[in-house]
Design a protein around this ligand. Structure first.
Ligand code: FES
Length: 141
């Protein structure tokens, strides 16, 4: 337990020195929406310009409301924090509202991440949009 606290403090300092603001660091360390959903209504995958990948799992009520979301991510701290923030932005919203969420909305929640990591926010948002569009296609919505 002590080791975990120490390593998380060291990780925080490293991320902060690299240009990550506190909310972005919290999202990265907590990883509260990482994983998968059994019986998800939609599973979609996307590859970023850096070659990293994300898989999104969506649980959607009444073909409209986003009830739950999880991401599986092979990517950096920027990608993980952005994806976790994106979930907070779309959970409980309609699928059409979620399609209007953009990179700037996610950046506002994170407050700051290093400039060279901005494309990682794009990957998180594009993956989310792809999941919803794939779902709409499948259901002919
Ligand atoms: Fe590939 Fe961030 S997701 S560098």
């Amino acid at each position: 337990m002590v080791t975990k606290i120490v390593s998380s403090a060291a990780e925080r300092k490293m991320l902060s020195d690299a240009g990550y603001a506190d909310p972005a660091i919290d999202y990265y360390i907590e990883k509260k929406y990482m994983g998968h959903i059994e019986n998800a209504d939609q599973v979609s995958e996307n590859i970023g310009s850096c070659g990293d990948t994300m898989k999104i799992y969506l649980k959607i009520d009444d073909r409209t409301i986003i009830k739950d979301v999880r991401y599986e991510i092979t990517g950096c701290a920027g990608a993980i924090s952005a994806a976790m923030a994106a979930v907070d932005l779309i959970k409980g919203k309609t699928i059409d509202e979620a399609l209007k969420i953009n990179d700037g909305d996610v950046f506002k929640i994170l407050e700051n991440i290093p400039e060279k990591k901005h494309h990682c926010i794009q990957l998180a948002v594009k993956t989310m949009h792809k999941g919803i569009l794939d779902y709409k296609d499948k259901k002919s919505l």
